[in-house]
Design a binder for this molecule. Structure first.
Ligand code: AMP
Ligand code: TRP
Length: 343
């Protein structure tokens, strides 16, 4: 094993194609080489108000998406953050290590809190410290995340280093970010300059992992394109990548091509060579067939699991037990280093 992976997803909405291609699918591949812990971060979700019933439903749905995508629970751990108290307990200690000045620099807080910062929850402010606790509580070595989480991982490293210096310990392991892979950024189907996102008001902007074949077909048919035919190899640079100035001219076209490439496990250049000069209508039909062939079985398995919530809950419960078995001894040592008496 090359190390221990920890990653998390918030159960705030149904997962979409961007989550699948940018995150979950890569995790499935990494299971063979790493010890993996995947966490449904419900404690992070409530930093912004969540309807309790929706939160429960979404926690099961994200778990079902992980399982249906191929996370093998006999090998990897899936659990919900709130099912292991270590996260909250370690977060408190780390809140006393992290500096206000560090948190004030977090751009995600500024974005999420918006103009009315006084009215944001304290949890939203200290969100990155809980994230550091998630990772450091398992001494995880690698953390696959999206580009937007890079700053939070830097913070986790800073917290680990300060704790180790302050307490003369080596208990906290600064984690390494794992960012990228093909289709690291899937864009909205309605606007090729915006990321495909759970929070976009229009459901036509994204393909959800639970969408059935007809819905996928409809969304791709309606996906924004331009009147020109598909580009040819002249848009590629010498390394086979689309030139930036070309991409800026037709963001929607390149997004669909990138999705096609990711779903078919091909290089983008290869897809561009194959589809050069074709009309969008035919290409969209091919893309629909491809998307349905990849997502169809996953969506069907998700539906089966969601109809059997007991099966999903049992997986989370078993996962939480394993998560506690790893993190409780680590927390004990950390508490000891701080000078807490054992209970
Ligand atoms: P989020 O949906 O923002 O909670 O992100 C969960 C995971 O999915 C993170 O690792 C993100 O980087 C990844 N992700 C979210 N949206 C996209 C997207 N449009 N393209 C690629 N990856 C994404
Ligand atoms: N903040 C991450 C996101 O919004 C989710 C997350 C919480 C996470 N804890 C984590 C990701 C620990 C990786 C490791 O995407």
């Amino acid at each position: 094993m090359k190390g221990r992976i920890f990653s998390g997803v918030q159960p705030t909405h149904t997962l979409h194609l961007g989550n699948y291609l940018g995150a979950v699918r890569n995790w499935v591949r990494m299971q063979k080489e790493y010890e993996c812990i995947f966490c449904v971060v419900d404690m992070h979700a409530i930093t912004v108000f969540q309807n309790p019933e929706e939160l429960t439903k979404n926690t099961r749905e994200v778990t079902a998406a992980f399982m249906a995508s191929g996370i093998d629970v006999s090998h990897s751990i899936i659990f919900a953050q709130s099912q292991n108290r270590v996260h909250a307990q370690l977060a408190w200690i780390l809140n006393c290590v992290a500096r206000v000045g560090w948190l004030n620099r977090m751009t995600q807080f500024k974005e999420k809190a918006g103009k009315d910062r006084e009215n944001a929850s304290v949890g939203l402010y200290t969100y990155p410290v809980l994230m550091a606790a998630d990772i450091l509580g398992y001494q995880a070595t690698h953390v696959p995340v999206g580009e937007d989480q890079k700053q939070h991982l830097e913070l986790a490293r800073d917290i680990a280093q300060k704790f180790n210096t302050d307490f003369g310990s080596d208990l906290l392991v600064p984690p390494n970010p794992v960012i990228g892979g093909p289709a690291a950024r899937v864009m909205s189907l309605r606007d090729g300059t915006k990321k495909m996102s759970k929070s976009d008001a229009s459901d036509y902007s994204r393909i959800n992992m639970t969408d059935d074949a007809d819905t996928i077909a409809l969304k791709l048919r309606k996906a924004k394109t331009d009147p020109e035919a598909l580009p040819g190899p002249d848009v590629l640079d010498e390394r086979g990548r689309v030139k930036a100035e070309e991409e800026a001219k037709r963001p929607e076209a390149y997004n669909l091509l990138a999705i096609y490439a990711a779903l078919s496990n091909k290089e983008l250049a290869e897809v561009i060579n194959e589809t050069a000069g074709k009309e969008f209508s035919g290409f969209k039909r091919d893309l629909t067939d491809l998307a349905v062939s990849v997502l169809g079985p996953i969506g069907a398995e998700m539906q089966r699991l969601l109809a059997n919530p007991g099966e999903v809950d049992a997986v989370l419960k078993a996962g939480a037990e394993k998560a506690r078995a790893i993190s409780e001894p680590i927390l004990k040592k950390i508490e000891n280093a701080v000078g807490f008496l054992s209970a």
